[in-house]
Write a protein that binds this ligand. Structure first.
Ligand code: ZN
Length: 192
């Protein structure tokens, strides 16, 4: 029981009290339900991997967005995390595809270009007919550094590089910003 509380409390957003409440709930659940929950956890984790196109987490080889022919595959929006992608998808107004970096360049934290999914982005750029790269990394120092780095990489290839407008609060996580602000940031994007 103590181990269960400890493990639950290690999850984000779950404090000791909630962990205890959940643990008590779980130990009174019918055994087959607990088994199903445990199995779902293990199997979901096992089946999740990176989309071979955009690096988002998916349980297929290619994610539903990349495999949708109705999306504009010549426009790539570069985001830091899957949560950022989800935030833009929620607006329902972006028709292009994405690329998830899984981080941002941070010299201070020792995170360089090779530590995020940049190589995969460059492979896509060299292989596909890309018209625009919309850089939607966070407006933090790391996000800006990453944006500059990407624009320097793609511009020599004659690809348009744009940056979402500020108005997204400095240092703000994209996932915490409302849809109207996100759309305004997208529509007001500027050339890099
Ligand atoms: Zn994908």
């Amino acid at each position: 029981m103590r181990e269960l509380v400890e493990q639950l409390a290690s999850l984000p957003g779950i404090g000791q009290k909630t962990a205890q409440r959940l643990a008590f709930y779980i130990i009174t659940m019918p055994p087959e339900k607990v088994e199903r929950l445990a199995k779902t956890l293990t199997e979901t984790r096992k089946s999740i991997h990176y989309c071979k196109e955009c690096c988002t987490l998916t349980d297929d080889e290619t994610c539903p967005i990349c495999s949708n022919p109705k999306r504009d595959h010549s426009t790539i929006m570069v985001v830091e995390t899957d949560r950022d992608l989800a935030a833009y998808e929620k607006t329902g107004r972006y028709e292009g595809v994405y690329h998830v970096l899984h981080g941002a360049i941070s010299p201070m934290m020792g995170i360089g270009p090779d530590d995020i999914r940049l190589k995969e982005l460059m492979t896509r750029v060299s292989r596909e007919d890309i018209k625009e790269i919309i850089i939607a990394t966070n407006s933090s120092l790391e996000g800006e550094t990453t944006a500059m780095y990407i624009s320097k990489l793609v511009k020599p290839a004659g690809i348009r590089a744009t940056r979402i407008a500020s108005g997204v609060p400095v240092g703000g996580d994209l996932e915490n910003i409302d849809e109207v602000t996100l759309l305004r940031a997208l529509e007001g994007r500027t050339e890099l």
